[in-house]
Design a protein around this ligand. Sequence first.
Ligand code: BGC
Length: 748
Amino acid sequence: MPFIACQAQKTFQMKNKNTFEQKIKVLLKQMTIEEKVGQMNQYNGFWDVTGPAPEGGSAEKKYEHLRKGWVGSMLTVRGVEQVRAVQKIAVEETRLGIPLIIGFDVIHGYKTLSPIPLAEAASWDLNAIKKSAETAAAEASASGINWTFGPMVDISRDARWGRSMEGAGEDPFLGSKIAVARVQGFQGDDLSSPTTIAACAKHFAAYGFSESGKEYNTVDIGTSTLHNIVLPPFKAAVDAGVRTLMNSFNELNGVPATGNVYLQRDILKGKWGFNGFVISDWASLNEMITWGHAKNKREAARLAALAGSDMDMEGYVYIEELAQLVKDGVIQEAILDDAVSRILRVKFELGLFDDPYKYCDEKREKETVGSKKAHEAVLDMAKKSIVLLKNQNKILPLKKEGQKIALIGALASDKNSPLGSWRIAAENNTAVSVLEGMQQYKGNELLFEKGSEFFIGDSNFLQEVKINTSNKSGVKEAVATAKKADVVVMVLGENGFQSGEGRSRTELDLPAIQQELLEEVYKVNPNIVLVLNSGRPLSINWADKHIPAIVEAWHLGTETGNAVAQVLYGDYNPSGKLPMTFPRNVGQVPIYYNYKNTGRPTNKDNNVFWSHYSDVEKTPLYPFGHGLSYTTFEYSDVILNGTSFKIGDDVDVSVTLKNTGKVTGKEVVQLYIRDLYASVTRPVKELKGFELVKLKAGESKTIHFTLNKETLGFYDNDGTYVVEPGDFKVFIGGSSITTLETDFKLVD
Ligand code: BGC
């Protein structure tokens, strides 16, 4: 180790957190402009890419820059051996020995995969979601990683947008709670623990509002949507102590997020007082040029730095331009000092200066990655994520004995698709398939037929999935098998790589020839349980009309087949609720429960002049918050502790929930409000509370909620939070279309 690096290590091996700021100052004084810029530079590793290959990013150059201390972070380097190798260069071969922070997309698990985030959100189970993030952090940190690019907290109302799978759905209240659970799960109480990692709330901001659901598209939204819908989960993550944010590929109202002073300086670092750092998205600094905002790289560097983008992900913009901009006096060195301080602060908090190799323990890696504990945790999460959409004639749960069951669909035996989209560290084909899960129930005869091929060739993270639209071989066999069966289980939907980044769709029905297969099978045996796989809401009108039981099983990760089988056979009673509205057809999209009333909401005069469609009902196929159980629940006695309240008072709301069925079950009790008149119109319903309640058959429980200043107000068009006097309705029930209601007044 060179002498100077030893010095640096000694200087910074002081444990007391209160002195981080002093240490940062000391270190900044020693750093050259190039070394400061280096801290703001992040390179992708030498193996996997998660975006377009950049110009000039040769491995040789990356090593050279690493040795000069011109790299502050690397992404997609994984495994103790690889991480140790790059960290060793940073710590032992550079002048100051500043350790790297190692980032990775730990989005729904690391190697042992959890359900995709949208599926996890369907559990509405904050403890489980937090635990899932904890499990992911334990695995990733054992593999050398100390920073995840998650959680994604983008609100999405548009199922066409492929990245809907990566967020928590359409609602800012639920989204905020889940953002907090995930941040807490990743970061724990102590960031310096070797089993926790820094989290990153992304993508700041409004990426989910990409026009027409088209990936990387422009976003043009008003202040009301920005402040009330888009920003709350970010704010919640910041308040929960998230240490980093990632900005986004989109422009917001004409200004790319990466160069957006309003978002990053005024709101995030100003109003919200965020003292962690902001990373760009993959080469998003360069994309400011393509957007037509920056003339060249120099200008992109200037705009991004001034706007508060602290680290450049694989863009080569800061490393090429920033030092010169400072030397030319175009950018003040104080801008660099601020960015570098933020980055160093997180490195100190992680304890990297105390021990840069703390995440590089081969023994822990062996014991933790892929452990039994991790498998149990993702199985638990997978079961909790399943949503029972329909269960006519109680066809589910399946009887465990004496049945002939036909299992049909290429997805039923697929061990790759259920892994979902973000799974760089997982081996291909490592999910338990539905076929394997169901084979464990030996009391029935199980007959399997693919029905038809779903896609052609390979499906992978980088390429489009090539859908089979013509080869119908296998349909006949499937129909023949279905004919012999008592019950048919069909696993249909999307391939795991049909949602995620770069995977927007304009059709939301069953792809390939699956619809045809479903209808053919239905003709010979209508006793069908449809298990849907998807990374987004689908429009499945025909299925809803004809198929008696429908289960939304998303992409549930490594333990998919076990989770699905346990739910189908009733060993687990489903309790998931939709975090995103299912449309009747794609023309309804964006469709969401918290819409505005309009001036003509109903058909009063029996003519066409009201807000509706001529060709389809305006209601969704399945509303936000919908999900059934193998038991039934009854709601009664919505009681408030008054009828009129002063602004600032607590409004206590209680409701009685009874399990009226025959088995134990869990229900997500949902509370919505409607603010009837306001200076800025309010949605017809807004979720403001929920509780997951477990009840035995026949059992009742009174559930209490409190509404207060934090939940009864909204952001006005200047972005100021206001609580206005007025009339409010309160709705409670098991989905967003509940009609059980009461009301109160709020007075000055
Ligand atoms: C995605 C980010 C991701 C990054 C690094 C980008 O393409 O938008 O969400 O974290 O790549 O893999």
